[in-house]
Design a protein around this ligand. Structure first.
Ligand code: LLP
Length: 420
């Protein structure tokens, strides 16, 4: 459920017409629905309310300060993967004791930053990382709270680029090696073992892979507890899918119902790291048709947004529904929706059935609230687009469109090139 609906033939985000947003802010821009974000967070929160849990929003999905702030106000924690994401989370007012830090390549500097602000725990992904964290924590005369990220070797049945829990994956520690690594962690005086972490992938549309993974993790938890290791947290990562086209992902309540029996009477706080399921359908990319172009084999709709603004179609062949802002019946044309970038891979949709479009028509690229703006770049020296948040009948520009000056920020021409 989201709040992008037609009213009298015009697409609205909550009470705001997307035509109005385009007129005032220009295109392309991302538009986020505050009510949808909050609703998704609350659905997740309610689903898991029967047992101790903490929701840590995956900042990588959407790291706009206003989005983070909206979730912080709901009580959300944050799942981060870099010092930059930690900076953003804190800037948005996140409680450091609700922040978990994953990623295979944390630097000492990032570790120090996170230790100083007092995050909940590091999700450690290798033995060398553990040793490095031990060094940094001892130097700061503190103890680093950790979970080891284990790799349960479960197939999440999703796109290979976003499957992360398989044996061949770069993420985590093999579950078979885990006991050995926990023994190692216990021997390190500046490391405090707190939990077990796993994350098996993203855009998962079934409950079974989550249940499989959790079962395997809980076997490990029991083994560790028998060894006297105090495990208070099981972090099962994120990954719950959303509907882009005809997927039928389980609602959070179904996931919660499936994992509840596994967690009963275990004295464990469950951590969840949802990203897409909260932000995905809370945002769209608003774009305008520049040109209609007839090729020899295909027709093209050239729009002002491109793969640098929304990389998912080019990168994963991802499907995003595209709706005309002013309602028109489908069936007028079949075309590729492409951007201005000089790459054949620059498309938002391929061979898509569309209404008969005209130059200047506005289009909404749906389900773009997660991994949309956060994966955008300045490729082809395109300024990054504006981000807008709607609440009720009002909207706010929550990130300004970049200017040409922003493109060269920090660049310098050395003096020798200025001579002569
Ligand atoms: N936790 C960890 C450790 C993760 O690596 C991820 C996502 C999440 C949580 C959040 O997963 P979610 O609930 O959003 O599925 N760019 C890709 C998705 C990459 C996901 C990477 N990790 C896309 O656009 O589909």
């Amino acid at each position: 459920m989201h709040h992008f609906q037609y009213k009298d033939g015009v697409l609205y985000c909550e009470g705001v017409s997307l035509e109005g947003v385009a007129r005032e802010v220009g295109t392309p821009c991302y538009v986020y629905s505050h009510s949808t974000l909050i609703r998704h967070y609350r659905v997740m929160e309610e689903a898991f309310s029967a047992f101790p849990h903490l929701i840590c929003f995956a900042v990588k999905a959407n790291s706009n300060l206003a989005v983070l702030r909206a979730l912080v106000r709901e009580g959300s924690g944050m799942d981060i993967v870099s010092g930059g994401e930690l900076f953003r989370a804190l800037r948005a007012g996140a409680d450091p004791t609700k922040i978990v830090f994953a990623g295979v390549g944390k630097t000492e500097r990032e570790m120090e930053y996170a230790l100083r602000v007092g995050i909940l725990m590091f999700n450690v992904e290798s033995e060398q990382e553990l040793e490095t964290l031990q060094g940094v924590a001892c130097r700061l005369d503190t103890k680093a709270p950790v979970a080891l990220r284990v790799n349960p070797d479960v197939d999440p049945k999703t796109h290979p680029y976003i499957s992360t829990g398989l044996k061949k994956s770069k993420f985590g520690i093999s579950i078979k090696e885990a006991v050995k690594e926990y023994e190692k962690a216990l021997s390190l005086p500046c490391i405090e073992v707190k939990g077990v972490h796993c994350h098996i992938g993203s855009q998962i549309t079934q409950v079974e892979p989550f249940v499989d993974a959790l079962q395997r993790v809980l076997v490990l938890v029991e083994e560790l507890r028998e060894m006297g290791v105090g495990i208070s947290y099981v972090d099962m990562g994120g990954g719950l899918g959303i509907q882009y086209k005809d997927e039928d992902p389980p609602p959070p309540s179904e996931l919660a119902r499936s994992v509840a029996p596994l967690l009963a009477e275990r004295d464990i706080t469950l951590i969840l790291e949802p990203g897409r399921v909260i932000a995905g359908n809370a945002g769209i990319l608003l774009t305008k048709v520049l040109y209609l172009k007839k090729g020899e084999l295909k027709d093209f709709v050239v729009v002002d947004a491109a793969m640098n603004d929304l990389a998912r179609p080019s990168l994963y062949g991802a499907y995003h529904a595209i709706l005309p802002v002013v309602e028109k019946p489908l069936g007028g044309m079949v075309a590729d929706v492409v951007g201005p970038i000089c790459e054949s891979g620059d498309f938002l949709a391929q061979e898509r059935e569309l209404p008969a479009l005209d130059r200047g028509d506005l289009l909404a690229v749906m389900s773009a609230g997660a991994y949309g703006f956060t994966m955008s770049s300045n490729y082809n020296s395109r300024p990054r687009v504006a981000e807008v948040m709607v609440k009720g009948g009002e909207f706010w520009v929550v990130r300004e469109r970049e200017a040409y000056e922003d493109l060269v920020k920090g660049e310098r021409i050395p003096a020798f090139l200025l001579e002569g």
